[in-house]
Design a protein around this ligand. Structure first.
Ligand code: FES
Ligand code: MG
Length: 592
């Protein structure tokens, strides 16, 4: 081998383990790995060292089965001639972390960047599942830019209650309304919710977890078909093995995230999100991933590229079925196959398989048309996110795939004024205020009311909370009015079926227009023009500005303080300001 090709083949980890200029340090680097039986010969053999970024733990139950699956990832890495090294990532459990797991996405990102950069790793398998585990991992992979591949944990098996499918999260929102309307009691509420979680895995609806794993696959960052395989299926273990093998090949072939994460790949992902009826959280997360990948993605791209795409996946919350049936119907590749045939995808995008996306999708047509609809006969036309702006905010989205016929009839079809709705604002400062007052008769909430929540964005909460899907007061639920228009600077759960206007940026706590709206104001939502305005004149708005921004809670932890000092708005992905400039840092080895 010539000196040049030797240098070319030299792995990043060899700078630690095989560095003739630093015998003393090399000895130090090597010696402690022996503690668990690894030999110096292995570490100095020039085999790729592949990290397994382990996101599973007792604190992250949605990903916990990765602790077992990692064994098959290791087998794959070994069989392909690599050396696995597993390490934990910061836990991100959506349902349990207070005040919100979203606060920790950037913290997990930071932690993973330091690990991938500062340790002798040549490539990494990113184990993902629960909502933020996927974007935080891909954000870090782009910053460091070592060869990386996503291995999803997969959804739980389908949940059943009383002969009906019950899906994660969605059953909670639906039961909450039934309970308030007096249709079910406490016991039945709890039973239905608990039965929605019958096995290991992440949420089995098309919530944020399934969505973000679908996004990873749509971006080309996981093996074909990886996202949707249920956690408990044997195919999940086999996918673990293949992913481990492929991670080693990625290192040998020098394929990095920056080779795959292009603007074309992100536009593909936006379109797939519309077609699966994906989570509104895909918007900040894809923006964040694009930012760290150095890809220009504009907030309007959601409207320009995503809005016209129809809903093809008949999966809750936009449809009827859950993860198992979606997987058996062909999963993400079958959805992408439809989009590709319709000329909506860029099939030339490179992927971690080493083939193009179009090559990956060959022969992936669905044979279950109940669950995955043909492009020409969708569940719903124009199912992407509507992007809105106005004097209340510069940017917000509305997920059109969950806007029900009943809602369209009530709010979008006033004769002579179709698509324009004027409502009276009732404003809440945070969710405690909402829960305290929603049933207060003095608010006079009726079907012409628009519920507004603020103080729920990245700065206000802090972290940005999933609270915009506010349910109407009990007296309206009892009359069968299941949703009102809602607006907020927070987010909502990907499992919610609420037609909310959310992710509003800038948020109230940053001095956005929502800070100046008052209960009783008329808000006009013009769905045709994509506008949302309070009909309040400028002198009155100026007067209210003098009253100051509505108060938000003080920092409760050191990280909350740092987060608030550094975070951008949801429109821009709520990333850490300035962190994008560190892209590709693995090119230069860290100092000894
Ligand atoms: Fe973890 Fe839904 S709560 S995936
Ligand atoms: Mg969520």
């Amino acid at each position: 081998m010539s000196d040049e090709s030797k240098a070319n083949r030299r792995l990043r980890s060899q700078d630690w383990f095989d560095n003739p200029d630093h015998l003393d340090l090399t000895a130090l680097y090597l010696e402690r790995f022996m503690n668990y039986g690894t030999t110096p010969e292995e570490l100095r053999s020039g085999k790729p060292i592949i990290g397994i970024a382990q996101s599973g733990s007792d604190l992250n139950p949605c990903n916990r089965h990765h602790l077992d699956l990692a064994k098959r990832i290791r087998d794959g890495i070994r069989d392909a001639g690599g050396i696995p090294i597993e390490f934990p990532t910061h836990p991100l459990f959506e349902n349990c972390k207070r005040p919100t797991a979203a606060l920790d996405r950037n913290l997990a990102y930071l932690g993973l960047v330091e690990i991938l950069y500062g340790y002798p790793l040549d490539g990494v398998v990113l184990t993902t599942g629960c909502d933020k585990t996927t974007p935080s991992a891909l954000m870090a992979a782009s910053t460091v830019d070592i060869p990386a591949i996503v291995f999803s944990g997969g959804p739980m098996l389908d949940g059943w209650h009383d002969g009906d499918l019950v899906g994660s999260g969605t059953v909670i929102w639906r039961s909450r309304r039934k309970y308030a309307a007096g249709e079910i009691d406490r016991e039945e509420f709890l039973e239905a919710a608990l039965e929605s979680a019958p096995s290991v895995g992440h949420c089995n609806t098309m919530g944020t977890a399934s969505t973000m794993n679908a996004m990873a696959e749509a971006l080309g960052m996981s093996l074909t078909g990886c996202a949707a395989i249920p956690a408990a299926y044997r195919a999940r273990g086999q996918m673990a093995y293949r992913t481990g093998r492929r991670a080693v090949e990625l290192v040998l072939q020098k394929i990095r995230p920056s080779d795959i994460l292009t603007r074309a790949a992100f536009l593909n992902a936006i379109k797939v999100n519309s077609a699966i009826g994906g989570s509104t959280n895909a918007q900040p997360h894809l923006m964040a991933m694009a930012k760290h990948a150095g890809v220009e993605l504009h907030p309007d791209d959601w409207q320009v590229h995503g809005f016209d795409i129809p809903l093809l996946a008949n999966v809750q919350p936009a449809g009827a079925y859950l993860g198992e049936r979606f997987h058996r119907a062909g999963g993400v590749p079958a959805i992408m196959w439809e989009l590709l045939q319709a000329g909506k995808l860029d099939g030339n995008c490179p992927t971690v398989t080493g083939r193009t996306m179009a090559e990956n999708l060959e022969g992936r047509e669905s044979d279950d048309r109940e669950v995955i609809k043909p492009y020409a006969e969708p569940m719903r036309e124009r199912a992407g996110f509507l992007v809105l702006k106005g004097n209340l905010f510069d940017f917000a989205i509305m997920k059109m795939s969950v806007v029900s016929e009943d809602f369209r009839r009530r709010y979008l079809s006033d004769p002579g004024n179709e698509g324009v709705f004027d409502g009276k604002a009732v404003v809440f400062d945070g969710s405690e205020d909402y829960h305290k007052r929603i049933n207060d008769p003095a608010l006079e909430i009726d079907e012409r009311t628009i519920l507004v929540i603020r103080g729920a964005g990245p700065l206000g909460w802090p972290g940005s909370a999933e609270v915009v899907n506010m349910q109407p007061p009990d007296h309206l639920l009892k009359r069968g009015i299941m949703s009102l228009p809602t607006i907020g600077d927070g987010r909502q759960s990907g499992t919610a079926d609420s037609p909310s206007i959310l992710n509003a940026s800038p948020e109230s706590a940053a001095g956005g227009g929502l800070a100046w709206v008052r209960s009783g104001d008329t808000i006009r939502i013009d769905f045709n023009q994509g506008r949302c305005d309070m009909l309040v004149d400028d002198t009155e708005i100026a007067r209210r500005k003098a009253e100051g921004i509505p108060k938000v809670p003080a920092d409760a932890t050191p990280w909350q303080m740092i987060y608030r000092q550094t975070v951008t708005q949801l429109a821009d992905g709520a990333t850490i300001k300035g962190a994008e400039k560190f892209r590709g840092i693995s090119k230069t080895p860290p100092r000894h």
